[in-house]
Ligand binder design. Structure first.
Ligand SMILES: [Zn+2]
Length: 167
């Protein structure tokens, strides 16, 4: 089992409780939920001890850091080189217009999606109408006929295990 340590932070100008955010991320990445990943996630208190950071950030901040053009779609992003995930605060509070899922599932989706980027994974396509969406489909934008899904599919876990060198 590979251990990955993360720090969860609240970005500038984001009015959200630090402890609440930490607890939500810890729950999403809990060993029970991620047991098939081959990775165990642990929350740490300092950046120095962390493998990556997850920051709840304003759309304006994310636009500056990740997107050269206007981030009108209010996406979250992962800065792979610096191992930082920026979770879009607007989406965290409002979800996506493209599909109506509860906020709990939307938050699960966006954390899983961005953490898998940090672990080295790329975007995936919807395999066909009516099928479950890969968690690495950009589901905030469109489902492409797929059904919303916040968890990695088996084929995505296979890719992850290959990247991590786990058989
Ligand atoms: Zn993505």
């Amino acid at each position: 089992m590979i251990i990955k340590k993360f720090k969860a932070s609240i970005g500038e100008n984001v009015n959200y409780n630090q402890k609440k955010f930490e607890n939500e991320v810890v729950a999403i990445l809990s060993p029970k939920r991620t047991k098939n990943w081959g990775v165990e996630f642990r929350k740490v208190a300092t950046l120095k001890a962390a493998d990556f950071e997850i920051i709840l950030s304003t759309p304006e901040n994310i636009k500056q850091i990740c997107w050269a053009i206007d981030n009108v779609r209010n996406l979250s992003c992962a800065d792979i080189a610096n191992k930082v995930i920026f979770i879009n605060f607007y989406r965290w509070m409002h979800g996506s217009n493209f599909h109506h899922v509860n906020m709990k599932d939307y938050r699960k989706y966006v954390i899983n999606h961005e953490v898998l980027h940090i672990l080295g994974m790329q975007h995936q396509q919807c395999p066909g109408p009516g099928e479950l969406a890969p968690v690495l489909l950009q589901q905030t934008d469109t489902l492409d006929g797929c059904i919303f899904n916040p968890e990695p599919l088996d084929f995505e876990l296979d890719i992850l295990h290959n990247i991590l060198g786990i058989k």
